[in-house]
Design a protein around this ligand. Structure first.
Ligand code: ADP
Ligand code: AMP
Length: 220
């Protein structure tokens, strides 16, 4: 049976940073809805152009569009063993749609690690985030600097600061998280799937805690 893990947490909690390591370690596809929107924007697809408006305002892309995009992504061959979802679901409607999608794929959500980080830390994290142009690898000017400023360690591409990481948009994104996404914490707690991890620890410590949680459900 495939394994599906949903990484939950506010913008800047460290979902992308952790998902890169955990997906590799567990042999799961890493699906980041934000990365897929940004790839579409780079390729100037209709989806990318439409999503950009919402992303620049710090708002959520409409559910129907986002759900269809993830349904297609989950049906690809690299997801046969399962997937680590980073940034999806973000609303109760998306969570219900995910349950239905996974049922048709013969699986279900197996674990929901919640990376908890207080709002004031998030602002500093996103303000110092540098993202790789080619593949979305993330760095932080202070907490996880690249070896050479402005250049990705992994693929050598240029690092840039995301438009939506400006303070005003970050504030909006955190509010959107509290209003629209935080209800999922109770949704998954009620299903006994939630596992809270202290995201204020150094990156390696958070990875350790997450790996421990993820390994404990492997094979169940
Ligand atoms: P998310 O995907 O949840 O939005 P990211 O993984 O992109 O978050 O992390 C946001 C920023 O915080 C990045 O600049 C990243 O390097 C940094 N970061 C991630 N985890 C930690 C941590 N545990 N301690 C300090 N900085 C971190
Ligand atoms: P992220 O890369 O996760 O920080 O997401 C960046 C932006 O993409 C968000 O602020 C939203 O505008 C959009 N987005 C990403 N995932 C979703 C989702 N599951 N539902 C709606 N919008 C999303």
């Amino acid at each position: 049976m495939p394994t599906y893990i949903v990484l939950l947490g506010p913008p800047g909690a460290g979902k992308g940073t952790q998902a890169a390591v955990i997906s590799e370690e567990m042999g799961l596809a890493h699906i980041s809805s934000g990365d897929i929107f940004r790839e579409n924007l780079k390729a100037q697809t209709e989806l990318g152009k439409m999503a950009q408006e919402y992303m620049n305002r710090g708002e959520l892309v409409p559910d129907d569009v986002t759900i269809a995009m993830i349904r297609e992504r989950l049906s690809r061959p690299d997801c046969v063993a399962g997937a680590l979802l980073d940034g999806f679901p973000r609303t109760p409607a998306q969570a219900k749609a995910l349950d239905e999608m996974l049922a048709t794929l013969g699986g279900k959500v197996n674990l929901v690690p919640l990376i908890s980080v207080p709002a004031e830390v998030l602002v500093e994290r996103l303000g110092g985030r540098w993202t790789c142009r080619a593949q979305g690898h993330v760095y932080h000017a202070k907490y996880n600097p690249p070896k050479q400023a402005g250049v990705c360690d992994i693929d050598g591409s240029e690092l840039y600061q995301r438009e939506d990481d400006q303070p005003a948009t970050v504030e909006r994104r955190i509010r959107v998280y509290s209003e629209q996404t935080a209800p999922l914490i109770e949704y998954y707690r009620d299903l006994d799937l939630l596992c809270e991890v202290d995201g204020t620890q150094p990156i390696e410590k958070v990875t350790e805690a997450l790996l421990q949680a993820v390994r404990s459900i492997a094979g169940k």
